[in-house]
Design a protein around this ligand. Structure first.
Ligand code: NI
Length: 170
Protein backbone atom coordinates (compact mmCIF):
# COMPACT_ATOMS: atom_id res chain seq x y z
CA UNK A 1 0.00 0.00 0.00
CA UNK A 2 1.14 3.50 -0.67
CA UNK A 3 -0.11 7.03 -0.38
CA UNK A 4 0.08 8.54 -3.85
CA UNK A 5 0.84 12.20 -4.59
CA UNK A 6 -2.30 14.13 -5.64
CA UNK A 7 -2.11 16.57 -8.56
CA UNK A 8 -3.28 20.09 -7.80
CA UNK A 9 -5.33 22.34 -10.07
CA UNK A 10 -4.34 23.97 -12.44
CA UNK A 11 -1.90 21.12 -13.28
CA UNK A 12 -2.51 20.35 -16.99
CA UNK A 13 -2.40 16.58 -16.27
CA UNK A 14 -5.79 16.99 -14.54
CA UNK A 15 -7.24 17.70 -17.99
CA UNK A 16 -6.16 14.42 -19.60
CA UNK A 17 -8.99 12.08 -20.61
CA UNK A 18 -8.74 8.63 -18.96
CA UNK A 19 -8.84 5.46 -21.07
CA UNK A 20 -10.98 2.44 -20.20
CA UNK A 21 -9.29 -0.30 -18.16
CA UNK A 22 -8.60 -3.21 -20.51
CA UNK A 23 -8.15 -5.97 -17.90
CA UNK A 24 -9.04 -5.84 -14.21
CA UNK A 25 -5.87 -7.52 -12.95
CA UNK A 26 -3.51 -7.29 -9.96
CA UNK A 27 -2.05 -4.04 -11.28
CA UNK A 28 -5.51 -2.43 -11.19
CA UNK A 29 -6.28 -3.96 -7.76
CA UNK A 30 -3.03 -2.49 -6.43
CA UNK A 31 -3.97 0.90 -7.91
CA UNK A 32 -7.39 0.66 -6.22
CA UNK A 33 -5.79 -0.16 -2.83
CA UNK A 34 -3.34 2.73 -3.15
CA UNK A 35 -6.07 5.14 -4.24
CA UNK A 36 -8.29 4.08 -1.31
CA UNK A 37 -5.43 4.59 1.14
CA UNK A 38 -4.68 8.00 -0.41
CA UNK A 39 -8.36 9.04 -0.19
CA UNK A 40 -8.76 7.93 3.45
CA UNK A 41 -5.47 9.56 4.43
CA UNK A 42 -6.33 12.93 2.82
CA UNK A 43 -9.16 12.59 4.02
CA UNK A 44 -11.67 12.78 1.18
CA UNK A 45 -14.91 11.10 0.05
CA UNK A 46 -13.76 10.33 -3.50
CA UNK A 47 -10.70 10.06 -5.71
CA UNK A 48 -10.30 9.51 -9.44
CA UNK A 49 -7.18 7.91 -10.95
CA UNK A 50 -6.64 11.11 -12.96
CA UNK A 51 -5.87 12.91 -9.69
CA UNK A 52 -2.93 10.59 -9.02
CA UNK A 53 -1.70 10.94 -12.62
CA UNK A 54 -3.00 7.54 -13.79
CA UNK A 55 -5.18 8.06 -16.84
CA UNK A 56 -7.43 5.01 -16.67
CA UNK A 57 -11.12 4.87 -15.69
CA UNK A 58 -10.83 4.00 -11.99
CA UNK A 59 -12.62 5.76 -9.11
CA UNK A 60 -12.86 5.13 -5.36
CA UNK A 61 -15.64 6.65 -3.24
CA UNK A 62 -16.68 6.40 0.39
CA UNK A 63 -19.46 8.74 1.51
CA UNK A 64 -20.22 6.80 4.73
CA UNK A 65 -19.85 8.56 8.09
CA UNK A 66 -17.58 5.83 9.43
CA UNK A 67 -15.45 5.62 6.27
CA UNK A 68 -15.98 1.86 6.02
CA UNK A 69 -18.02 1.51 2.81
CA UNK A 70 -15.52 1.65 -0.01
CA UNK A 71 -17.09 1.80 -3.46
CA UNK A 72 -14.77 0.87 -6.33
CA UNK A 73 -15.83 1.89 -9.82
CA UNK A 74 -13.88 0.60 -12.81
CA UNK A 75 -14.95 1.84 -16.26
CA UNK A 76 -17.97 3.60 -14.70
CA UNK A 77 -20.70 5.06 -16.89
CA UNK A 78 -23.71 7.14 -15.91
CA UNK A 79 -26.47 5.54 -17.95
CA UNK A 80 -29.29 7.81 -16.76
CA UNK A 81 -29.58 11.26 -15.15
CA UNK A 82 -32.73 12.79 -13.68
CA UNK A 83 -33.90 16.11 -15.04
CA UNK A 84 -34.28 17.50 -11.54
CA UNK A 85 -31.11 18.96 -10.08
CA UNK A 86 -29.55 19.47 -6.68
CA UNK A 87 -26.99 22.05 -5.58
CA UNK A 88 -24.18 20.95 -3.28
CA UNK A 89 -21.18 22.78 -1.95
CA UNK A 90 -18.32 20.76 -3.41
CA UNK A 91 -14.66 20.50 -2.62
CA UNK A 92 -11.85 18.51 -4.23
CA UNK A 93 -8.55 17.03 -3.05
CA UNK A 94 -7.00 18.59 -6.18
CA UNK A 95 -8.27 22.07 -5.26
CA UNK A 96 -7.35 22.33 -1.56
CA UNK A 97 -9.27 24.84 0.55
CA UNK A 98 -11.83 25.71 -2.15
CA UNK A 99 -15.54 24.95 -1.73
CA UNK A 100 -18.31 26.20 -3.99
CA UNK A 101 -21.82 25.37 -5.10
CA UNK A 102 -22.32 23.19 -8.17
CA UNK A 103 -25.62 22.10 -9.69
CA UNK A 104 -25.86 18.49 -10.87
CA UNK A 105 -28.51 15.86 -11.57
CA UNK A 106 -30.29 14.86 -8.35
CA UNK A 107 -30.46 11.15 -9.23
CA UNK A 108 -28.39 8.94 -11.52
CA UNK A 109 -28.06 5.33 -12.60
CA UNK A 110 -24.51 3.98 -12.77
CA UNK A 111 -22.93 0.93 -14.39
CA UNK A 112 -19.38 -0.18 -13.57
CA UNK A 113 -17.04 -3.09 -12.90
CA UNK A 114 -15.85 -4.04 -9.42
CA UNK A 115 -12.32 -5.12 -8.41
CA UNK A 116 -13.07 -8.64 -9.64
CA UNK A 117 -14.02 -7.31 -13.06
CA UNK A 118 -17.71 -8.12 -12.50
CA UNK A 119 -20.36 -5.73 -13.82
CA UNK A 120 -22.79 -4.13 -11.37
CA UNK A 121 -25.32 -1.31 -11.41
CA UNK A 122 -26.87 1.01 -8.86
CA UNK A 123 -29.02 4.11 -8.40
CA UNK A 124 -27.62 7.05 -6.49
CA UNK A 125 -29.00 10.25 -5.04
CA UNK A 126 -27.86 12.84 -2.49
CA UNK A 127 -24.14 13.04 -1.72
CA UNK A 128 -23.35 9.77 -3.52
CA UNK A 129 -24.87 11.11 -6.77
CA UNK A 130 -22.83 14.31 -6.40
CA UNK A 131 -19.66 12.38 -5.72
CA UNK A 132 -20.04 9.95 -8.65
CA UNK A 133 -20.68 12.84 -11.08
CA UNK A 134 -17.73 14.82 -9.65
CA UNK A 135 -15.34 11.84 -9.95
CA UNK A 136 -16.51 10.88 -13.45
CA UNK A 137 -15.85 14.46 -14.53
CA UNK A 138 -12.23 13.97 -13.38
CA UNK A 139 -11.94 10.97 -15.73
CA UNK A 140 -12.99 13.29 -18.57
CA UNK A 141 -10.36 15.84 -17.55
CA UNK A 142 -12.82 18.18 -15.86
CA UNK A 143 -12.34 19.76 -12.42
CA UNK A 144 -15.40 21.09 -10.54
CA UNK A 145 -14.14 24.68 -10.51
CA UNK A 146 -14.69 24.74 -14.28
CA UNK A 147 -18.42 25.06 -13.50
CA UNK A 148 -17.69 28.37 -11.74
CA UNK A 149 -17.34 31.78 -13.40
CA UNK A 150 -14.03 32.61 -15.17
CA UNK A 151 -13.43 35.30 -12.53
CA UNK A 152 -13.73 32.77 -9.71
CA UNK A 153 -11.51 30.29 -11.57
CA UNK A 154 -8.77 32.89 -11.92
CA UNK A 155 -9.00 33.77 -8.23
CA UNK A 156 -8.70 30.09 -7.33
CA UNK A 157 -5.65 29.61 -9.58
CA UNK A 158 -3.95 32.62 -7.98
CA UNK A 159 -4.78 31.41 -4.47
CA UNK A 160 -3.48 27.89 -5.09
CA UNK A 161 -0.24 29.09 -6.69
CA UNK A 162 0.31 31.32 -3.65
CA UNK A 163 -0.40 28.42 -1.24
CA UNK A 164 2.08 26.23 -3.11
CA UNK A 165 4.82 28.87 -3.09
CA UNK A 166 4.35 29.18 0.66
CA UNK A 167 4.43 25.40 1.05
CA UNK A 168 7.76 25.23 -0.80
CA UNK A 169 9.23 27.89 1.48
CA UNK A 170 7.95 26.26 4.67
NI1 NI B 1 -12.23 16.11 -7.14
Amino acid sequence: MAILPILHYPDPRLHKVAKPVQVVDDRIRQLVRDMAETMYDAPGVGLAATQVDVHERVVVIDVSEEGNQLLVLINPEITWKSEDCQVYEEGCLSVPGVYDKVERAARIHVRALNEQGEAFEFDADGLLAVCVQHELDHLLGKVFVEYLSPLKQNRIKTRIRKQERQAVKA
